[in-house]
Design a protein around this ligand. Structure first.
Ligand code: FES
Length: 96
């Protein structure tokens, strides 16, 4: 288990390591969107990760290519469907 904190609400949840941020956020009822079913094709799950980026799985080529085309992308950007939770606490900021 690890701790997932969600901004702007500031709520924290215990979630399972080894699951994607998208699935973890959906499992706790946070409003995260997915139009492609987690295939890194829609960019609806774009979020910022201000804390704990190193705890997440590394960004792969398909995610990088999708992020490159998103307006408002930052160095903290991830696609929630592609980022797998590790053991350390993570804070995410929902954008939509
Ligand atoms: S759910 Fe479509 S890119 Fe993540």
């Amino acid at each position: 288990m690890t701790t997932l904190t969600v901004l702007p609400s500031g709520k924290s949840y215990d979630v399972a390591a080894g699951t994607s941020l998208l699935k973890a956020l959906q499992s706790v009822g946070e409003a995260i969107h997915s139009k492609c079913g987690g295939e890194a094709k829609c960019d609806a799950c774009h979020i910022f990760v201000p804390v704990g980026r190193k705890s997440l799985s590394k960004t792969q080529r398909q995610e990088n290519e999708k992020l490159d085309g998103i307006v408002g992308v930052s160095s903290n950007s991830r696609l929630a469907c592609q980022a797998i939770l590790g053991e350390e606490a993570v804070t995410v900021e929902l954008l939509k």
